[in-house]
Design a protein around this ligand. Structure first.
Ligand SMILES: Nc1ncnc2c1ncn2[C@@H]1O[C@H](COP(=O)(O)OP(=O)(O)O)[C@@H](O)[C@H]1O
Ligand SMILES: [Mg+2]
Length: 456
């Protein structure tokens, strides 16, 4: 047990330690206590005031009225000579009876200083929020996706439908096929479009750092540093979309944590005790065969099914060569610094025959290269990147690798038919239109489909 005098000692310690001025009067209005800070703020010393009626030593003091009506008051402004301060006042009760009153005051310069700092911090937060929002805005929408290939068109329709739902989406496709472009378009089409679109490349961040990037950490959670703590990308993407690119590269232990957020909508910062709630839609992308990884136990099966609710698979460019000319025209028009560049037939044919292992990203790079290499605003075969030229030049460039004429004709026929069918579609109506465009009868089109082994 502690003695009464010890308790009084503590209270005195507390009163002196407080950074505000404190004055206490008893029920008769006699000043009983003031602390050092009260003297600092008002200039009144202890010996001038203790044991005296407050109304005598501080004319105009409002504290005695609190004794009378028992009502607290907050933020009362006081000015005395050069001193300005604000006062909060409250009655002190014991067993429903007023036994005194306390006044707590803060000097105006201090209040002013704090207000100034607060407003500065508020401004900074709002600036950072704006910058963050700008950085994390999705640039692209569905109108930026070029393609009339049937498979792609179907995919765009599915993606638009998925955008209006709040389901998680898995985008698969080779590198450069437009996975990020689709993710942005989906975000922009969704109700989350006023909130951030935050992309994270799981393969580009070392796995030891990925967890803190995604979930953040609490102040002082790393023993060897005094870091201030960190806000994770999940938190930053709140109400928006988190794009988890290359999700196949996410370490297994993190996959478990990710699954938890997707299921519960909550997560815990590294070193944190509290569960935090977030509202984030996840769009994941990969060029890996996730199902195969699941079988090899390199990807969690439960997570796979969780992110696979909507699966959109983007076809590689070589399977939709019909789109190449449109993409090229778009890229040429987009060139503001080199307007009016055109492409000759031989270069165009070469680009249509090439297989584009790097897909649209590679096509984009090739066109930018060619635009820089060309003269007189015309892209010719010689201006194409070496890797492409190499494949198509034989000792005599004009002659392609030797091939019997019959085979060459078949191949050309096959390509033409596939190209047209990609535009018209493969329904009966589409086939009829294709036959018309090709200048052959419908029967002869069916004939050729069988003979040329065209699978549609
Ligand atoms: N259908 C398309 N129409 C126009 N540009 C496209 C299309 N698909 C991809 N691109 C462009 O190709 C580049 C690569 O796309 P990106 O989305 O980064 O591919 P991925 O994420 O699959 O590797 C980007 O510059 C993108 O804008
Ligand atoms: Mg990508």
């Amino acid at each position: 047990m502690h003695t009464e005098s010890q308790k009084v000692g503590w209270l005195e310690g507390i009163i002196e330690a407080v950074h505000d001025g404190i004055l206490v009067i008893d029920r008769d209005g006699i000043v009983q206590i003031i602390n050092e800070e009260y003297t600092n703020i008002t200039g009144v010393k202890k010996e001038q005031i203790i044991g005296k009626p407050l109304v005598d030593v501080r004319p105009g003091a409002r504290l005695p009225t609190v004794l009378k009506d028992g009502k607290p008051r907050a933020g009362v402004f006081r000015k005395e000579k050069s001193m300005e301060y604000v006062v909060d006042m409250a009655p002190i009760f014991e067993k429903n009876e007023i036994i005194g009153a306390v006044s707590v005051c803060k000097s105006i310069p201090e209040v002013y200083q704090l207000t100034k700092e607060l407003s500065k911090s508020k401004k900074r937060v709002s600036q950072l929020e704006k910058t963050f929002g700008r950085i994390h805005q999705a640039k692209y929408s569905f109108t930026n996706i070029i393609g009339k290939n049937e498979r792609l068109k179907k995919m765009i329709e599915q993606a638009k439908k998925a955008a209006s739902s709040d389901l998680n989406i898995l985008l698969t496709g080779e590198s450069g096929t437009g996975k990020e472009l689709f993710a942005q378009a989906i975000h922009n089409e969704s109700t989350r479009n006023r909130f951030p679109f935050v992309p994270v490349n799981c393969a580009a961040i070392p796995s030891s750092l990925l967890e803190s990037e995604l979930f953040g950490y609490e102040e002082g959670s790393f023993t060897n540093s005094k870091r201030d703590g960190k806000v994770g990308l999940f938190e930053l993407a709140n109400q928006g979309t988190l794009f988890l690119d290359e999700i196949g590269d996410m370490p297994l232990d993190l996959q478990a944590k990710l699954l938890r957020v997707l299921q519960e909508g909550t997560f815990r910062k590294i070193g944190g005790l509290e569960e935090q709630r977030v509202d984030v839609r996840v769009i994941a992308a990969t060029n890996k065969d996730l199902l195969n990884m699941v079988q090899k136990e390199r990807f969690r099966e439960d997570l796979y099914y969780r992110i696979n609710t909507v699966h959109l698979s983007i076809p590689p460019l070589r399977e939709r060569k019909v789109d190449i000319p449109d993409i090229i025209s778009f890229l040429l028009e987009e060139q503001k610094s080199n307007p009016g560049v055109e492409i000759d037939l031989e270069a165009m044919n070469t680009l249509q025959q090439y297989d584009w292992p790097g897909n649209i990203r590679e096509l984009k790079n090739a066109i930018h290269y060619a635009i820089n290499m060309c003269e007189n605003n015309e892209v010719k075969f010689e201006h194409l990147p070496e890797t492409i030229k190499k494949l198509f030049s034989s000792p005599d460039k004009q002659i392609r690798p030797l091939q019997p004429l019959e085979e060459l004709i078949k191949e050309t026929e096959k390509k033409a038919i596939i190209n047209v069918l990609e535009q018209t579609g493969t329904s009966v109506k589409g086939k009829k239109e294709a036959a018309k465009l090709l200048g052959i009868s419908l029967a002869s089109l069916y004939n050729k489909l069988t003979k040329l082994h065209i699978q549609i």
